[in-house]
Every structure is written in structure tokens, then in C-alpha cells.
Design a protein around this ligand. Structure first.
Ligand SMILES: [Mg+2]
Length: 254
């Protein structure tokens, strides 16, 4: 049986204690590469590009290799997955340029959000917190105009708590806003209302800014993949996902 990551257990116990003491508790979750594995979305985007007849005519070899490529959950962007399939930007600069534009359009779009899958244990963990009386906030760098409808549909489809005042979705009102500053400003506001605030997030840039400017927030680094622009502080609590043996109640846990 796997040992439960203690930080997730600690978060649940903290929510339980807050409810007992009648103190407001907020659990904030990033979406991309935190609650969701984006592999399916990225795979779909590159495949639609490589299946397009015009692109196939223009880049026959690169399109074939793209269709053979398999994106992994740890990949950031396209280069790693395509590199494993033998495609390198230096050899196919025009192809990569067009593919990147295609990716940029469809990644930040409702179209393929249905391809995302929850990280292991994610739905169960958010629900468990909600059951302990925590308020839930999904705080994402996705923006309202391009991604709200698909995000709501996906959260509902997978059974994440939503649709009442204790479970809210906050997207960026404008695409151009800096993710980290947007999230910080939201959290700085929330800590005034909540005695306990926890943030679950995969991007060190976001974690570091919150850590420096909003020290009351409990941080959990979801160690999936990230931009590589900064490193998470070594002392931060971290888990690779939300799957734990205690969520299985010992039945069939392995
Ligand atoms: Mg993220």
C-alpha cells in the first residue's frame, strides 16, 4: 500500500479543524498541470495540425513524424514530444513556426479542453476538502473570453465541485494579464476573508510570487511539469498528484 502524502492529509485535517473551530477555510487550485493532465489536449492539437491536407502536402515528412509522436505528461510545450519522434526545430523551422501558431490558438481555446483528464486522485481530493467544509476556488491562467465555457463543461463533466457559492471558478478577465500577478492579487484579497488559505499549484513562478508577497498562504507544489523559468523553493511541500491510499479507504489500494 502506498503511503499517503502527508501534506494532503495535513490539508484535510486543517480543513476539519477549521470547521470544528468555525474558521473559514479556502482551498485554491490551479487547473493546468495541477488538477488536469494536459497530455490529451496537446496530443489532439498536434494531430489535427498533422492531419490537415494542406499541411501534409507542404510538410509530408514532418507531419508523418508528428502523427507518430506521443506527448508525455511531463512535457512542457511541444519540443520534447516532437524531439522524441525525431523532429527538431533546427531542421524544420517553418513547420515548427506554423505548428506553434496552431498550438497557441487551440491550447488557449475551449475547443479541446474536453481532452484534458484529471490528475490521479484530483476529483476525490477536492471533493474530500469540500466535504470537510472547505470553500473551493479554481484559480487559473486560462482567460474568460477563450476558455470559460470549456472549463466549466470540463469541471462539471469530471465531477469537480462547482455551481454553488462555496465552489468558484476564477479565470483571467484579460488574456494579457500576467498569470502570477493575477493570482497573487486574487489571493491577497482572499486572505482577508479566510483564516486558512491553501494553494495547490504546479508553476514555481506563481508559487514564488505568492510566497514572497502573501506569506499566510499554505503552498503545495504539484510536481508535474512547469515552465522552467524559476525553481520552487526546496522547503515547499510537494506531491506529484493527488492519489493517496487513504482516499481508497483501503479497498483495492495497491
Ligand atoms: Mg498550471
Amino acid at each position: 500500500m502506498r503511503e499517503a502524502p502527508s501534506i494532503l492529509r495535513k490539508a484535510l485535517e486543517s480543513a476539519r479543524g477549521a470547521r470544528r473551530d468555525r474558521e473559514p477555510f479556502l482551498a485554491v487550485f490551479d487547473l493546468d498541470s495541477t488538477l488536469y493532465d494536459l497530455t490529451g489536449r496537446v496530443q489532439k492539437i498536434i494531430e489535427t495540425f498533422a492531419h490537415d491536407p494542406e499541411r501534409r502536402k507542404k510538410y509530408p515528412e514532418a507531419c508523418e513524424k508528428t502523427l507518430a509522436a506521443r506527448i508525455h505528461p511531463q512535457d512542457w510545450g511541444l519540443k520534447e514530444g516532437l524531439g522524441r519522434a525525431g523532429l527538431r526545430e533546427a531542421d524544420h523551422p517553418d513547420f515548427f513556426s506554423e505548428l506553434h501558431s496552431h498550438w497557441l490558438h487551440f491550447f488557449f481555446n475551449n475547443a479541446y479542453l474536453g481532452e484534458d483528464r484529471p490528475m490521479p486522485g484530483a476529483v476525490e481530493f477536492v471533493r474530500a476538502l469540500e466535504n470537510e467544509g472547505a470553500h473551493i476556488m479554481y484559480l487559473t491562467g486560462r482567460d474568460t473570453g477563450r476558455m470559460r465555457d470549456g472549463t466549466l463543461a470540463s469541471l462539471r463533466a469530471w465531477g469537480f465541485p462547482l455551481g454553488h457559492e462555496r465552489a468558484r471558478l476564477l479565470l483571467k478577465p484579460e488574456p494579457g494579464l500576467n498569470d502570477a500577478r493575477f493570482k497573487l492579487s486574487v489571493l491577497q484579497n482572499e486572505v482577508r476573508a479566510y483564516r486558512h488559505v491553501w494553494l495547490f499549484e504546479n508553476e514555481p513562478v506563481n508559487l514564488n510570487l505568492v510566497r514572497e508577497n502573501c506569506p499566510g498562504v499554505n503552498l503545495v507544489f504539484i510536481e508535474t511539469t512547469h515552465s522552467g523559468r524559476e525553481r520552487a523553493a526546496p522547503e515547499l511541500a510537494r506531491v506529484p498528484h493527488f492519489e493517496t491510499d487513504w482516499l481508497c479507504k483501503g479497498e483495492g489500494a495497491s
